[in-house]
Design a protein around this ligand. Sequence first.
Ligand code: FVH
Length: 492
Amino acid sequence: MLMGMQQRLGSRFAQVRSEGAGGRAALATVVGAEDLEYATVAARITPVLTDLAPHASSLCATVTAQGAVVLDGRVSDPALAAEAVAQIAATPGVRRVYNHLYTDAQIANLITAALALDERTTWETIDVACESGTAVLRGIVTSVEARVAAEEIAQHAPLVWHVENRLVVEQPTEKESRMHTYADDTAYGRQPGGKQECPPVTIIGLGAMGQALAGTFLQHGHPTIVWNRSASKADSLVASGATRAATAADAIAASRLAIVCVLDYDVAYQILDSAGEALAGRALVNLTNGTPQQARELAGWARERGAQYLDGGIMAVPPMIGRPEALLLYSGSHEAVEAHGETLGRLGSRIYLGSDPGLAALYDLALLSGMYGMFAGFLHASALVGTERVKATEFIGLLIPWLNAMTESLPSLADQIDTGDYTKDVASNLEMQTTAYTNIIAASQAQGISTELLVPMQVLMERAVAAGYGAGDISSLIELIRQPKAQSTTAN
Ligand code: FVH
């Protein structure tokens, strides 16, 4: 952007910049000034910037035609930055200094202040942190607050290249409001008032996820009984206070709540089968990834053995477990939720979807579908710009805000899907999109990369246009997804 400014201003400014981890990259003086005065000022302030550079992760000074110096950058030490600003202000030829040097904490404060001033947000519920250009938002919010937070950052946050949105949107739709949510103080990591009871918990399966689950219960003071096929995976947990059971049956017998998190359902059956009568009277929570059908079958199987069955989908990776941004979806035995909801709340935020044990898996897989669609887009986009040696790490600076902006179209597309009226509030008609999409395919082929991720979407788009949906929005593709064999699909 600054290079663009240089072109617009021609010779009327000089620039001094330093970029790179810890500001260790050498300072370069870019002199585009015919008038030697500006180059001289740039040269004079270079030593000050050189001293500050080791304490900055990005640093840029622009000397303007009016003798003003604009400082931009992210610094670790505000006192040193203030000293540098004072020295630059005292440099002969400098008439004014515009100081845009910020620490991560100052950037976070600026974002918080912008949220506080926005009447649409209850900003106290949004926790903002910043690190190396990434703003991390945490908290449970309304859908409006989530959107406003993203807007405020886009408009007001300096030096933020990436927003990690860990906001959990609470009951944004009428349908979700019918779901029973169990967000509570413990999900925020706050201690609830009064005496805390810590019933024992059994964890079967100590892969990456099982270890995170067991570790979280231990941290909260729950007696934690663990079992894993490879017993050594329990070592560090045992060192932290967990009890290693000799068999899965022993582990399940040791507490009223048994959580299973293993590779797949075949493994789960194999282990649970070996537990025999120990399952009777237990709440069995299965967090193993699987299909709705598998969940319903295992629920029946567990009920036959006298266990209450609760199926769960974990919308998180292991390091997130125990934090509010980790969302766990549950469905199945309501009694199990009633009895163990608070204990399960240690793992993160949770939503109970109802008594059908298949629903958690259905929602889980649907959410994962959205995620893989995003990964597919990211991978193809990175490969496409990569053909011109653009680094993926640079490109995401553009891709992330673009994807964030495009998510704002989802409520309207969702409304079109629910009403079946794909011509309502059309933002971009499908016929136009299909034509433009052809260019993505053509460019990808011309640049020599695979179009395998793109073609299936093109097939659907062309079929939808042929079926008469061209004037509506892209949401109409759902008609074809619902009828995979594409019988006589026509628009009304
Ligand atoms: N990790 C993640 O990011 C995702 C987040 C969302 C939920 N998934 C699902 O969680 C299940 C477990 O995933 P994981 O990350 O713990 O997986 P691994 O680290 O690979 O551990 C696998 C555990 O399964 C045990 N296991 C595998 N085969 C057998 C077998 N034949 N008999 C007994 N146990 C078996 C394995 O034991 P061991 O190899 O250590 O002896 C681990 O305990 C999964 O459904 C995800 O989709 C995770």
